[in-house]
Design a protein. Structure first.
Length: 335
């Protein structure tokens, strides 16, 4: 896991270079024929990347994004109503039967399918109208790291071209170097805080919500920690009632207004005596754990890279093997 996460910088550089023309072509197509809706299709870490993509697309181009429920096709065999939706399917393996069934159902109904996929020989890659190769290379650890980061970067590149957003393009150009810097950061304060934890919340908002989901999953997978992800707004609708003295909270705050909500929630929880680890892109290097500042849509990608190194260390500290979590396999073939 450590070695594969460390390869994210090179993998993102490969992905951006390999798909540069495809992103430009897709951006022009989407501007010329904007869809009424975008539907994402993914599970696990890939679905968390899709959450990030949802916020990008909805904030930058204003098209609503919905998440497909794969069982509608794979279990209920329900036909899709005809329409001109864009479907973005995200997968490391591109082989899960329920994902493939969903994509086929949408294709039959007239949807245009974009696949963000690491395995370029997979059925998903072959059945898509456009295949964006994630170029992460082989991932042997069960816990996905570099392929997730490549999927985030692919969503950012797609949104940048669709919105014709120069600032986001510039942020992407700096991302590979930023990932190298982010992976070198010392988040040992978080390792120390969670070594003996059993339950915790992970909070984010906006562009940072998808990485909160991903971080919670990784803590379950690799550290045997019951971690639940919440939006900094949603956590106020009931879940915050259990946050009190000694309760651990990880918070990811971007430097934009969405991050303000995370900072406010983190401050409130700390005031109750919770053990709060706040990665704050607006705080600078005097705050631990350090989170790198940049374009607000790029900051979460840098934060999750720092988190991956921390999660690997935490798993080992807790006496576990981060590369081989119990009861899990690399490719999950849900039906």
């Amino acid at each position: 896991m450590h070695c594969e996460a460390a390869e994210a910088s090179a993998a993102v550089a490969r992905m951006l270079a390999a798909n540069r023309d495809a992103f430009v072509t897709l951006g022009a197509r989407l501007r010329g024929m904007p869809p009424a809706v975008v539907v994402t299709c993914a599970r696990g870490s890939s679905d968390h990347a899709a959450t990030y993509g949802k916020y990008l697309i909805e904030t930058l181009v204003g098209v609503p994004v919905a998440s497909a429920a794969p069982s509608v096709s794979s279990v209920y065999a329900a036909p899709m109503a005809p329409g001109a939706a864009i479907v973005i399917a995200v997968s490391q393996s591109g082989r899960s039967p329920d994902l493939l069934a969903t994509v086929e159902a949408y294709r039959t109904a007239g949807a245009y399918v974009i696949a963000l996929v690491n395995d370029e020989t997979s059925p998903l890659a072959k059945n898509a109208d456009v295949m964006i190769a994630l170029k992460a290379g082989p991932e042997r650890s069960v816990a996905a790291t570099k392929s997730y980061i490549c999927a985030l970067a692919a969503f950012a590149a797609l949104a940048a071209e669709w919105a014709d957003d120069t600032d986001l393009r510039d942020g992407l150009a700096m991302l590979p170097d930023g990932l190298t810097e982010a992976f070198a950061l010392d988040w040992s304060v978080m390792v120390d805080a969670l070594t003996y934890a059993t339950n915790l919340f992970v909070i984010g908002r906006g562009y940072g919500y998808g990485i909160a989901q991903e971080a919670a999953l990784k803590l379950k997978e690799t550290c045997a920690l019951h971690a639940e992800a919440f939006s900094a707004a949603e956590v106020r609708h009931g879940p915050m009632a259990i946050v009190g003295e000694g309760f651990p909270v990880i918070a990811f705050a971007t430097s934009d207004m969405a991050g303000d909500g995370v900072r406010t929630a983190a401050s409130e929880f700390a005031g109750r005596g919770a053990v709060v680890c706040l990665a704050d892109a607006s705080a600078g290097c005097d705050h631990a754990p350090v989170a790198l500042a940049g374009h607000p849509a790029i900051e979460p990608i840098l934060m999750i890279q720092s988190f991956y190194r921390m999660a690997n260390r935490l798993s080992l500290r807790r006496g576990l093997d981060p590369d081989a979590p119990l009861h899990l396999s690399k490719v999950t073939r849900t039906v």
